[in-house]
Ligand binder design. Structure first.
Ligand code: CTP
Ligand code: CA
Length: 229
């Protein structure tokens, strides 16, 4: 691994990876969250390290217990707002961003200072969180960095249509689309069944693979997109 790292195709490149789900507090003891083990994101960080990259890993609360891949620089966050801040800051100097995190789309509009009593049965009002990839796209238009931005699309229906729409709306270099209704893909399991979508209508279907294998395939294409191969 070390020998490869020094001369790997991503030597001298800075890759930022986000992983895991964020948690949005409601009161001191409750939160709204996304289901995400963080395993695919951590595998992506490892794959980037293996190719010689400098890797920053931004970790959402649901993946807090996963061990840090050796050599990655890790930042732990809780909320979508904290993840946005960390990812945007790191992305300013990065060559590649891979957003594998399951970012909460909504958060409670107000965080109660005290624990809500069960007798209260609250109506919980929600508001949108910031879309991190849209903010990155804006930053990228201004500053030209990161050169390559990869998003994920977790879909339970109309997989390719929805993923293509995300590729275009978020101005991505590539989308990794997975069908979360399949029992052998997505949450908690060690395998994933994904499609890779690129601009211009290009779609590649990968066979059922471990999350480590998916990560290696994704990074192989990142190398190609950077022209660093
Ligand atoms: N994402 C993001 N910021 C958010 C929500 C999502 O950057 N606030 C990123 C995810 O990390 C992922 C991509 O956007 O790389 C797609 O996430 P997904 O949840 O599939 O799509 P959304 O745009 O949130 O739309 P929806 O949940 O309605 O499908
Ligand atoms: Ca979402």
């Amino acid at each position: 691994r070390l020998a490869l790292s020094r001369n790997g195709p991503l030597a001298g490149k800075h890759v930022v990876v986000s992983a895991g789900g964020t948690q949005e507090p409601l009161d001191p003891v409750r939160y709204l969250t996304n289901r995400s083990s963080g395993k695919q994101g951590f595998a992506l960080a490892q794959a980037a390290l293996d190719l010689g990259a400098r890797v920053s890993l931004v970790v959402g609360a649901t993946a807090a217990l996963l061990p840090t891949p050796t050599g990655a620089q890790r930042t732990d966050v809780e909320t979508a707002a904290q993840m946005a801040e960390a990812v945007l800051e790191l992305s300013r100097e990065a060559d590649v961003l891979i957003m594998a995190a399951a970012v909460a789309d909504f958060r409670p509009r107000q965080v109660q200072a005290h624990k809500i009593k069960k007798s209260a049965l609250p109506k919980i009002e929600l508001e949108h969180t910031q879309d991190i990839l849209l903010a990155v796209a804006e930053q990228r238009r201004r500053a030209g960095r990161p050169e390559v931005v990869v998003g994920f699309a977790a879909e339970s229906e109309r997989l390719l249509e929805n993923a293509r729409e995300k590729l275009e709306r978020k101005g991505l270099s590539m989308v990794v689309a997975n069908d979360i209704s399949a029992p052998d893909a997505g949450f908690a399991v060690d395998t994933n069944r994904v499609f890779l979508l690129l601009p211009g209508g290009v779609v590649e279907r990968l066979p059922l693979m471990t999350k480590g294998e998916v990560a290696n395939e994704v990074l192989r294409r990142v190398v190609r997109l950077l022209g660093a191969g």
